[in-house]
Ligand binder design. Sequence first.
Ligand code: HEC
Length: 112
Amino acid sequence: MPLPAPRRLLLLALCWLPAAALADGSLSAERQQELETLLYQDCGSCHGMTLRGGLGPALPESRMNAYSRDGLAALILNGVAGTAMPGWAGLLTEEEARWLADHLQNDNPLDE
Ligand code: HEC
């Protein structure tokens, strides 16, 4: 049986607390969930579903922190010219790209 609604809301709020605190604060929890799905499915189609690499390189936390957050967001928005890495500016706002950069730098499943 699902939890009663107030309990579910509380759980949801608790789950999103760290991400919301790190992000710019104005992305809805729903949009953050969509971005996380995008990261592992769309980005994951090249970088691997667990970001371990495939056509694109692995994206471990240590490597991601070699970039500034804004530098990483710019890379995501612009892509890498001359490679298969596409620019996402048509699909993502700057704030959303920064959210992804922040996720890669601070909430990365691949933090070796
Ligand atoms: C069509 C395949 C493809 C997709 C989809 C893709 N990438 Fe990439 N990505 C690449 C390739 C190839 C490179 C390596 C470019 C190079 O040689 O410098 C790369 C490089 C990167 C880098 C730099 C890695 C490093 O070690 O410096 C980051 C960060 C990155 N991608 C993030 C993302 C994110 C976030 C998404 C989704 C929003 C995404 N990529 C979607 C192919 C892809």
